[in-house]
Design a protein around this ligand. Structure first.
Ligand code: GLA
Length: 388
């Protein structure tokens, strides 16, 4: 967590005035434990909020200007919300701008503020740095203005702003997790209905290790949208058997197996298989966790990665190597890519006594077999957006 005393000093250096009236907010990053590329198919996901994320300081101004600055990026911008559009030149500022524009569309009003961010989440690593910025903004501004704070609404507005204002067709998982996370709990979310359960992540004697391949997610937007389109195509074919079918997440593996001949294209068939089997895996892993069967949980993580590699085809050499090397270390129960894929991070479930060997061995082998050096974080599960 960032040092607020230091941040306040920086804030005053940047914007002038005194520390009086500065408010501080925080929103985490997230790691998805299992259930990848199921959210936009109306399926289940099982993510958790992290203890690191984005801190935002803000102080009310007497006009309607929003002055944005960040400790991570050089770009600063002064904007007003009326008529605001996505401008390339505004770079990262488009994220908070998008969410505030979409909150305004729902009738919420905002005065001007000086705003300063400090993020701890590596960018482009698939740990939802952008959802973290969106939610710290939405939560902080709504609280500061005395508007009602409904976390599910904030997540939906953030997703809508990313879809419509920024043109990224992401699902709801990231924003929902960053808004609703709870310390030591993972969230079982049904993405169609947004019904959710907070499940205690009971894994005494084990750690979750996030491994950053440091391969930035390439191609992610175009390939992501292509996968979405293939899922919709599969739904179209499967309607011959299920006329009211809207989303792949409504089917189970048996229903698909009996009807997959209706999908003529082998690639599209593989995409559908991944989504539906992954959906079943989420429920199986929650059951395993509740029964303290961490071995079974680990096996499901491995099956998830295999499917993302072979059927959904969203891994890359770096992710595959990191998972492969992780699974060679004794005491590693499971390992998989997390997030959209094409680079970014893996998550592994590791026995306490194997953590050191993991960091050393996976780090060494990964550097040997790829052009990158890995970073590792022993993850703790934290709370969703909050005032500090
Ligand atoms: C990205 C998207 C999410 C989800 C994952 C894949 O993180 O933002 O909505 O689709 O990819 O599971």
């Amino acid at each position: 967590m960032a040092n607020i005393t230091e941040l306040k000093k920086t804030f005053v250096e940047l914007f002038g005035g005194t520390e009086e009236g500065i408010q501080s907010y925080f929103a985490p990053g997230r790691v998805n434990l299992i259930g990848e590329h199921t959210d936009y198919n109306g399926g289940y996901v099982f993510p958790a909020a992290l203890t690191f994320g984005t801190t935002m300081l803000l102080r009310k101004r007497s006009d309607n200007v929003l002055r944005f600055a960040s400790g991570n990026f050089k770009k600063t911008a002064d904007i007003t919300l009326e008529g605001a559009t996505n401008e390339k030149e505004h770079d990262w500022v488009n994220y908070p701008k998008a969410v505030l524009v979409h909150l305004s569309k729902r009738g919420y009003t905002f005065s001007g503020y000086d705003v300063y961010y400090l993020g701890e989440i590596p960018n482009g690593a698939g740990l939802s740095s952008s959802a973290s910025v969106q939610l710290v903004t939405a939560f902080g501004f709504m609280t500061a203005e005395g508007h009602p704070v409904d976390r599910v609404e904030l997540a939906l507005v953030a997703q809508e702003s990313e879809n419509q204002f920024l043109g990224v067709k992401c699902g709801i998982m990231d924003q929902f997790t960053v808004a609703n996370g709870k310390k030591d709990h993972a969230i079982l979310l049904q993405c169609d209905t947004l019904k959710y359960d907070l499940i205690p992540f009971q894994a005494a004697g084990h750690k979750l290790i996030i491994g950053n391949t440091n391969k930035r997610r390439g191609l992610v937007d175009s390939e992501y949208n292509a996968r979405r389109a293939q899922c919709e195509e599969a739904v179209g074919y499967l309607r011959q058997a299920f006329p009211n079918l809207q989303l792949l997440g409504e089917l189970n593996a048996e229903q698909l197996k009996a009807n997959e001949h209706l999908i003529p294209d082998e690639t599209v068939r593989k995409r559908a298989r991944h989504v539906i089997e992954e959906n079943d895996r989420v429920l199986a892993s929650v059951k395993a966790l509740k029964e303290s069967d961490l071995d079974a949980f680990g096996q499901l993580m491995i099956a998830s990665h295999d499917s993302l590699r072979d059927q959904y085809e969203v891994t890359c050499k770096e992710l595959d190597v990191m998972v492969e090397e992780a699974l060679k270390v004794p005491g590693v129960l499971g390992s998989r890519m997390t997030g959209a894929g094409f680079g970014g991070c893996t998550v592994s479930l590791v026995k306490d006594e194997s953590v050191d060997a993991f960091l050393q061995e996976v780090g060494r082998a990964y550097a040997e077999r790829t052009d990158f050096k890995a970073d590792f974080y022993v993850a703790e599960i934290g709370d969703g957006a909050k005032a500090l």
